[in-house]
Design a protein around this ligand. Structure first.
Ligand SMILES: NC(=O)c1ccc[n+]([C@@H]2O[C@H](COP(=O)([O-])OP(=O)(O)OC[C@H]3O[C@@H](n4cnc5c(N)ncnc54)[C@H](OP(=O)(O)O)[C@@H]3O)[C@@H](O)[C@H]2O)c1
Length: 226
């Protein structure tokens, strides 16, 4: 299962996993964009169930659970939000926007893990939570997003200590040329950032080599960096 798979990193990961032979369940809020990605994966011979909805909505999370065929090997919590944009200083961060960033980036992934854990435990499966360098670096303006990603990182860390039957990875993909990155740098030319497809081989290593639970950076996992 890959959340937030209608564009950006989620689409690239879903496409890469389909190529590896995974049957997929994908989501995003925009149903048309999600269905377009599902169509591309099917056209390439992949199997995919698309469930449109918002990960912060408990009913949608229940629909994702219902879409599972009684088993699940991997959950990729990729869907996320930058929060307020342009990025405000914490001094000015609207509390409502802060709450929404935590809902999407922390509460929803943990709640989805809770729903899917029984199936993941049964299969010796894995959770990959997509985080960010903003979780550990202090970039001015990134306090809301960064604090939420830091919370997701520590939740992952504790989950890894508690759930010894599964793998729990939390991983920083690095800067990528996506809509979210453009939103963070409005008006800036981001064409020097790599496309998300470039780091898919890095994250596939987690899965294919079943690397130990822990924090990873895509740049360190890329085959060229070994
Ligand atoms: N791009 C970077 O440089 C970068 C760096 C570090 C970390 N990351 C992380 O990488 C992940 C992917 O980012 P990206 O750059 O690929 O972002 P993106 O281009 O904005 O794509 C986000 C995806 O998530 C979906 N999504 C967003 N909110 C959702 C929600 N509430 N429920 C369901 N789906 C939702 C979006 O579709 P809808 O809008 O249709 O829902 C879209 O498919 C995020 O967790 C991000 O924090 C990105």
């Amino acid at each position: 299962m890959v959340t937030g798979a209608s564009r950006g990193l989620g689409r690239a990961l879903a496409t890469g996993l389909a190529r590896e032979g995974y049957d997929l369940i994908i989501d995003a809020r925009n149903a048309a964009a999600l269905e377009a990605v599902a169509g591309q994966i099917r056209a390439a011979g992949g199997h995919v169930t698309a469930v449109a909805g918002d990960v912060t909505d408990p009913a949608h999370r229940a629909a994702l659970l219902a879409a599972c065929p009684g088993r699940l090997d991997l959950l990729v919590n990729n869907a996320g939000t930058l929060g307020a944009s342009p990025l405000p200083a914490l001094a000015d961060y609207p509390p409502g926007e802060l709450r929404a960033a935590f809902e999407a980036n922390v509460i929803a992934p943990i709640a989805l893990i809770q729903l899917l854990l029984p199936m993941l435990r049964a299969r010796g499966g894995a959770v990959l939570n997509i985080t960010s360098d903003a979780a550990v670096e202090a970039y001015a303006g990134w306090g809301g997003y960064g604090a939420a990603k830091a919370a997701l990182e520590q939740a992952s860390n504790v989950l890894a200590a508690e759930e010894l039957a599964i793998r729990v990875w939390w991983a920083d993909p690095g800067d990528l040329r996506t809509d979210m990155h453009q939103l963070a740098f409005p008006g800036e030319d981001i064409s020097d950032r790599p496309l998300p497809e470039a780091i898919v081989p890095a994250f596939l290593r987690l899965v294919t080599e079943r690397l130990p639970s822990g924090r990873y950076r895509a740049a360190h996992l890329l085959p060229a960096a070994r």
